[in-house]
Design a protein around this ligand. Structure first.
Ligand code: MN
Ligand code: MN
Length: 417
């Protein structure tokens, strides 16, 4: 065997007097000896890595992690990258919508994502669906209306950085009210849910005999002579008046709702703030109506990293709001695969798979982690190691106690601390 083993490399490097910090580069450690995978094995044979067939550099250059995986990557994994950037847009007068569901993105079993824009006054038709709906407003602001099964109605305005949540089956409407309307991300708590498959109020009216409508609403059938005979889905409406007026009109004898439907996530103090960035968390502990979705809004400064961790309670659906990042996922096998993400891209990590996300850009990386769970939960690799008896760690990882003593204390969440 003429390949250097990992141990040979470390020993040789140490003997050569190179600083330990240099040896801690992935390229130096290379791949473990088996399997012989990765560009590190092609030294002296550069043709091994060239692409000489058809190629679309504009696209492939966005994926350096896939095109030239880090030497430590190994094996393969179901695709965990998708994007709204190439999702067909359903465009109507008043806005548009596009989605990434499990039909497009096989791994995304627990969450389906929708990206929608509404103009100022633009309306998403009154509707409902069997799935819970969670949303994050990325631009502008939106007025939401809903009612619970006790007849208690909510009308709320949700601005940039804010969330809303509609429990499964409860009806609602959305309307852009910002200077330029709004744009937002919706998550349904099921990967198979489709935004284009919801129960629309106009479709029910159009497909109900007029005499039934007359009986149901206690007015002459002729009152419904001009109802739309097809769905409106998204349409341009008039900008609504003051919210107090809408709330007064909507509220009936049942009184106000017990729980608010919206939550100003961006106004929360960070749950954790380090030199590397900050994280805000919203789940049913601070946004009590959100029983099926928990989320984290993460900001990572340049060169920073969301620490090596995993989520024991549910899969992670992630959405890049700004910046660029590189996500590596670790799974049994071993398999370790890296993918690159830009604004508008979607990632997915299965429950308990190890992962970390590095900011590979020159600006802050801002993204959402979304979970089908009532609570946010993660396990930090360094937190675990620093809370395991030293002898256990020393014998397992073959690192010194002095090294372990320098590890971050507690969950760093975002590095550097
Ligand atoms: Mn909806
Ligand atoms: Mn995560």
């Amino acid at each position: 065997m003429d390949k250097l083993t990992r141990r040979d490399v470390i020993v040789a490097t140490a003997a050569g007097g190179v600083a330990a910090a240099t040896t801690a580069q992935g390229a130096t450690f290379g791949n473990p000896d088996m399997p012989p995978q990765g560009a590190i094995n092609t030294e002296g044979n550069p043709s091994s890595t060239t692409i000489i067939g058809p190629n679309n550099p504009a696209l492939s250059s966005q994926f350096p992690g896939a095109l030239s995986p880090p030497p430590t990557d190994v094996g393969s994994m179901p695709m965990f990258w998708a994007s709204f950037n190439n999702a067909p847009r359903r465009i109507q007068n008043g806005g548009w919508a596009r989605q990434v569901t499990q039909a497009d993105f096989q791994i995304s079993e627990e969450i389906a994502g929708v990206n929608m824009r509404l103009t100022r006054g633009g309306i998403r038709e009154m509707h409902w669906h069997v799935f819970a709906e969670w949303a994050f407003v990325t631009k502008g602001s939106c007025r939401i209306t809903t009612i619970d099964d006790q007849g208690r109605a909510n009308v709320e305005d949700v601005s940039e950085g804010g969330l809303w949540y509609f429990p499964p089956g409860l009806p609602h409407s959305l309307q852009g009210i910002g200077e330029d309307g709004c744009e937002f991300i919706l998550c349904f708590d099921n990967g198979r849910a489709s935004e284009f498959d919801t129960l629309l109020i106009n479709e029910w009216f159009a497909h109900t005999p007029p005499e039934v409508l007359a009986l149901n609403f206690g007015v002459p059938a002729e009152s419904f002579a001009k109802i739309p005979l097809h769905d409106l889905y998204i349409f341009q409406g008039a900008v609504p008046g003051p919210i107090e007026q809408d709330q007064a009109e909507a509220q009936g004898n049942a009184g106000p709702p017990r729980l608010r439907s919206s939550f100003p996530l961006i106004d929360l103090p960070p749950a954790k703030k380090t030199k590397g960035g900050e994280v805000r968390i919203a789940d049913s502990s601070n946004f009590p109506i959100s029983k099926n979705i928990a989320a984290a809004l993460v900001r990572i400064h340049p060169k920073g990293m969301r620490e090596m961790h995993w989520h024991p309670n549910s899969d992670e659906w992630l959405y890049i709001i700004e910046g660029e990042g590189e996500l590596t996922v670790f799974e049994t096998g071993p398999n370790a695969v890296t993918q690159n993400f830009n604004a508008g891209d979607v990632g997915y990590v299965k429950r308990s798979q190890g992962h970390y996300l590095r900011n590979t850009g020159l600006k802050d990386l801002v993204y959402l982690e979304v979970f089908r769970s009532s609570y946010f939960s993660d396990v930090s690799l360094s937190d675990w190691i620093t809370h395991t008896p030293r002898a256990m760690v020393r014998q397992t990882l073959n690192v010194t106690d002095e090294t372990i003593e320098r590890f971050p204390v507690g969950k760093p969440v975002i590095l550097p601390v």
